[in-house]
Design a protein around this ligand. Sequence first.
Ligand SMILES: [Cu+2]
Length: 262
Amino acid sequence: MGLFGLLVASTASAAWEVNMPRGVTELSAETYDLHMMVFWWCVGIGIVVFGVMIFSLFKHRKSKGAKAATFSHSTTAEVIWTAIPVVILLLMAVPAAETMVKLEDSRDPDVSIVITGYQWKWHYRYQDEGIGFYSSLARPSLEARPKESGIDVNTVENYLLEVDNRLVVPVGAKVRLLMTSNDVVHSWWVPDLAIKKDAVPGIVNESWFRADEVGTYRGQCAELCGKDHGYMPIVVEVVEPEAYQAWVDSRSEEANPLASAQ
Ligand SMILES: [Cu+2]
């Protein structure tokens, strides 16, 4: 309890979540529910197995004059303790497989974005809109980052979780993500979208999401990619379709020379 108290006290200033978030997409909710289902199965199995074990140890202890049984095999017991786990695994595997099939189905997207990992930033290119830009750690975080900066990082809003150029997508649209890397292996991870996918040089990985709620969702690179691995956050802004169109128009007008570079 003391240790727990310490742990809570040391992180009291930050939101302290133990569990994974439920997220804002249908599949993130499904993933969360699967996770919880398997978790409760594990809790149940733990209670039953340790319950029987502890009860047996206590009930048949030597001081009570218990005599050890001498049999070494029981076909009935072996069939039962094989059959029960098989049934449990099937009960978990069927819904998990259904969700996995959906996770892989990135056909017919409304928006398609190529994500390229760089040491240490992200590049986003909207395939059909002709928009391309880098997304780097925001200046307030960058300035507060060095130990000798003298800036209290607790005063920086969304410290290390803010970028200069956010990824903007429309709410309710199917967004396909094609991920690759320019140098080493990175991983594009946004918990609220239930996406954590490696960005590997020379390989294009695929993922997709359909955000149901307008909002700002934050993530980080999740693959140790070098000294500034902790300084390449991800910010996804889910907006209404009209706001998205306005953003696309404003971006196109800028005629960003990097748009066609990637
Ligand atoms: Cu990285």
